[in-house]
Design a protein around this ligand. Sequence first.
Ligand SMILES: [Zn+2]
Length: 381
Amino acid sequence: MQFKDVPGNIKIINRLIESAEKGRIAHAQMIIGSQGCGKLILALAYAQFLNCSNKVYYNDGEIKADSCGECSSCKKFESLQHPDLHFLFPIVNKNKKELSLDFITEWREYLEKKSGIVGLNSWYDFIQVENSQGFISVDNINDVLSRLYFKNLEAKIKVIVIWMAEKIQYKAAPKLLKTLEEPAENTLFLLITENADTILPTVMSRMQSIRMETPSLQDCFVFLKNNFSDFSNDDLYNAVYNSNRDLDKAIDYLHKKNDLLKVNSFFVDWMRVCYTLDGHAILNISKNFADIGREKQKYYLSECAIKILKAFHISNEIGEEKFFDPKEEEFFKNFSKYIKKEGINSISYYLDEAIKQIERNGNPKLIFKNLSFDVGRLFRT
Ligand SMILES: [Zn+2]
């Protein structure tokens, strides 16, 4: 990856270049930003730049410098095969695979497919997590730290990228802290998080923060155009608008238009069933819901929560909601009549609670059945 691949964020890139030129590279840095803003691309472009043997400097461009993309170091970083580039990311124990390293082939394929834009749901989907919760375990941390004792094989600066640092198991933190306190020579830790508030303050205090901005609509469009040129401009615009500038969602939208359509039709079916309060129909849809796997269940519920809020905005004439499908628009026009001011907080609360219960490994069929009755009753009041 190169700096030119990062969506927007030019000021931040130039600041990283300047500090590198001055030889002031903090050995532990935390990249913070919303899902799908390109944090991992920035981390990889930065790692590649620091190790490039033939950096390119620009006088007239927006970005002041970049890696060459051609030297042997760049080539190895581009293919994510550099022996001094290490990854930690959330995984589930599956088929005796217990470390990030065991999933490295899938990880490379996933990054390739997503052009470096990653998101937890799409990653879990990719490795077919189904009914488990992903995390970064103590063993996983120990595995990477044990590899730091060896001298750098080729790179000037060995780089450890920890994606979704909020998923590090609590008990793994002390070990990581110790490493951050006593850094190995020529080693750079790049941690990535969507939510710095969930990182232990003791860890945060040892990191230099890099706060990325969510790319503009224009930056998102340009990114998609550069990476997904097979799609029509209409498709790309739709992807950007429907994803609220979250490129992970935008790319998933392109890849899996069908999947999103599935959530849409699920939502329509579900709302109809809720309204009828028909016990038999509720039981049936709850069975279907239980079959889709825990990570997808959370994804479906959070998408449904967004849709209900959308309906609330329509019924209360807040802002302007966009639709690209006339059928969907028609459904929302009718449906929004049932989302009243008095009920919206309760519905949001029920959905939040259901997501939490699923996270705590509750019985999805039962959770969804109760949720459906709760929501249905609110429609009737
Ligand atoms: Zn290079």
